[in-house]
Write a protein that binds this ligand. Structure first.
Ligand code: ZN
Length: 273
């Protein structure tokens, strides 16, 4: 009888310890968040030659195969990652909210149709969220048939159909351009022109977030963005985003097709055993 009681006590004790461990693990808060950046997502067997080198490997830093993209999403799922919304991310950066340790923000630039065709179903399957930065003047008016070789843009109907996964934000309206002197428009143009372009773009997208074309920006833009009540602006500079860092110089990590699984894990902060 006494032995049974003791056994029960030991088991209860172990259950309590186990529960405490789980709760502690789940409630670990992030000190930093990684932002991932993708452009084109194209199936290996549909890859246009212009993106391949002589050995048939993807050479463009702006293209990933659908297969590798899916492997990366599988890793995030396996390690229990939470994909943040833009507002959750903003609240983390401004210190208004804590997010779990395994948090990541997935972003896409340029509003390409291949993102809708290839990345969207994978994200949906994984129950992930992502942000998509559109050049709003390039949104396709009709639904052309998808052709990997064509470099098509997402249509309004596709945008409307994919809001369960994607939040749409701005990559400028018509200012994803450079001057003859190779200066990005957001640097070269005057404030009035920039403001006009961004205002137009923010009328079309849902969220007041901006991805700088070419990742190019300068400090003069901060005031303008503040006046427009833009919540965050994203660069292409790699690194982790810490709490209370500059909301208008958010670091993002461009994910190349050539990255190994280990390299990807390192970028998102998975410790390799
Ligand atoms: Zn771009």
């Amino acid at each position: 009888m006494q032995k049974e009681k003791l056994g029960l006590l030991v088991i209860s004790f172990l259950i309590v310890i186990f529960a405490v461990l789980i709760v502690t693990k789940l409630s670990q808060k992030a000190d930093y968040v990684t932002v991932l950046l993708y452009h084109s997502v194209i199936n290996q067997d549909e890859m246009p030659d212009k993106y391949l080198d002589k050995n048939g490997e993807v050479k463009s830093r702006y293209v990933i195969t659908t297969e590798n993209f899916e492997k990366q999403m599988d890793i995030l799922k396996k390690y229990n990652y939470k994909t943040l919304t833009l507002d959750e991310f903003h609240d983390f950066v401004t210190g208004k909210r804590d997010v779990p340790k395994n948090s990541v923000l997935i972003t896409f630039d340029d509003g390409l149709k291949n993102q809708y065709v290839n990345a969207y179903p994978i994200l949906k399957k994984h129950h992930f969220k992502a942000a998509s930065f559109l050049m709003t003047s390039k949104i396709a008016q009709d639904n052309e048939e998808y052709d990997a070789k064509k470099g098509q843009y997402i249509s309004q109907e596709e945008i409307d159909n994919s809001k369960d996964v994607f939040e749409y934000a701005s990559h400028t309206h018509k200012f994803h351009k450079k001057t003859e002197g190779k200066k990005a428009y957001l640097i070269a143009k005057n404030s009035k022109e920039i403001k006009k372009d961004l205002k137009k773009s923010f009328q079309i997208v849902d969220k007041k977030y901006l991805a700088y074309p070419y990742g190019v920006y300068d400090k003069k833009l901060y005031k303008l963005l503040r006046n427009l009540e833009v919540k965050c602006a994203f660069t292409n500079k790699k690194g982790k985003v810490k709490k209370n860092s500059n909301v208008y110089a958010v670091k993002r990590n461009n994910i190349k097709n050539s990255y190994s699984e280990e390299k990807f894990k390192k970028i998102v902060g998975i410790e390799i055993q």
